[in-house]
Ligand binder design. Structure first.
Ligand SMILES: NC(=O)c1ccc[n+]([C@@H]2O[C@H](COP(=O)([O-])OP(=O)(O)OC[C@H]3O[C@@H](n4cnc5c(N)ncnc54)[C@H](O)[C@@H]3O)[C@@H](O)[C@H]2O)c1
Length: 305
């Protein structure tokens, strides 16, 4: 029988891609989003009849009232995102704790089979080990966004203990792709490169990140769903190819044959970690496909900007 899936934040970058792929695979998908950073453009195509969209704030609504369908699985992806936005609005970020409680209460009251949670690499803070390992790297951050993700993880584990609700926690490292807002580094650099405008880097640009193309993120998370893996477990979802922000800017300029100048401005006072690199041993055990190269991902992304 067709499975019903609820996605919060399903009009966002990752949530929208996930919604579209689940609809394509034949699931019935209920999408809840308040459209703060999401957009109707990211929803599945109207020609498909196996989805519905509900515009609501998950931090402030009665889910049992608005969703009557039986729900098999939930992906909780709604969150206030973006380094600058989250640093500017710490109170708003902390309100996401209410949404986590709401979705968990709903899931346990409706006997959902498993709930997936979008946590973040930010939870590791300034990493004391490279690569960052799910079990052994301390969770060091003191920033509200990361604290909320940490509290969220604790909530998911607690609901398993007290209400036997199955979960999987995804710690997402940078995921990028078409339709992502230009608050994110790759979209921002591509947009400026295409217009030959200055590409601005915060600080010395020697900070590193790893970048996973959004289709790879979706294929990994859906194999975890469909192969029944990582039940009641935490898993890093990311690419392990590390690149400095300086190299990223140069690469984007070269690929797009841009005349942009690369300029540096003062480093962010907080939130811009020096290094990020996930240990991906866990996902590699179940996901054997090659990831998109950064070059290919940049070209694909640039076609939508
Ligand atoms: N993209 C990344 O690299 C990355 C890295 C780490 C973690 N994450 C996490 O993955 C999830 C998806 O991120 P994304 O990059 O797709 O960002 P996004 O901003 O594109 O998606 C978040 C979506 O949630 C919606 N939303 C926010 N608050 C809401 C609320 N209270 N009620 C209903 N909808 C709400 C937004 O409108 C948006 O559509 C987030 O939880 C984010 O913290 C993403």
């Amino acid at each position: 029988m067709r499975k019903n899936i609820l996605i919060t934040g399903g009009a966002g970058n990752i949530g929208g891609s996930l919604s579209r792929e689940l609809v394509r695979r034949g699931y019935f998908v209920t999408i809840i989003d308040n459209l703060t950073t999401g957009s109707l453009k990211k929803l599945p195509l109207k020609k498909f009849k196996n989805w519905e969209f509900i515009k609501k704030d998950v931090n402030n609504c009665n889910l049992n009232k608005i969703i009557k369908k039986k729900i098999d699985y939930i992906f909780h992806y709604a969150a206030v995102v973006g380094v600058k936005r989250t640093l500017k609005n710490p109170e708003l970020v902390l309100r996401d704790i209410k949404g986590i409680e709401n979705i968990l209460n709903f899931a346990s009251s409706r006997n959902v089979k498993r709930i997936f949670y979008a946590s973040s690499s930010e939870i590791y803070g300034e990493p004391v080990t490279i690569p960052q390992n799910e079990e052994t790297t301390p969770l060091n951050s003191r920033l509200p966004y990361a604290i909320v993700k940490n509290v969220g993880e604790a909530f998911f584990k607690s609901f398993k203990k007290t209400r036997n609700l199955n979960f999987t926690i995804f710690r997402f490292f940078n995921t990028y792709g078409p339709l992502q807002s230009d608050q994110f580094v790759i979209s921002k650099f591509i947009k400026n490169a295409l217009q030959n405008k200055n590409i601005t880097i915060n600080g010395d640009g020697k900070q590193t990140r790893t970048f996973l193309f959004v289709d790879d993120n979706i294929n990994i998370t859906l194999s975890i769903l469909e192969k029944n893996k990582f039940i009641n477990n935490v898993v890093n979802i990311g690419n392990d190819k590390e690149i400095t922000i300086n190299e990223l800017a140069l690469k984007i300029k070269k690929i797009l044959k841009s005349k942009s100048k690369i300029i540096h401005k003062a480093a962010l006072l907080e939130g811009d970690m020096r290094r990020r690199k996930p240990s991906i041993k866990k996902i590699k055990k179940i996901y054997k496909n090659k990831f998109h190269s950064l070059e290919k991902g940049i070209i694909l992304t640039s076609k939508f900007i």
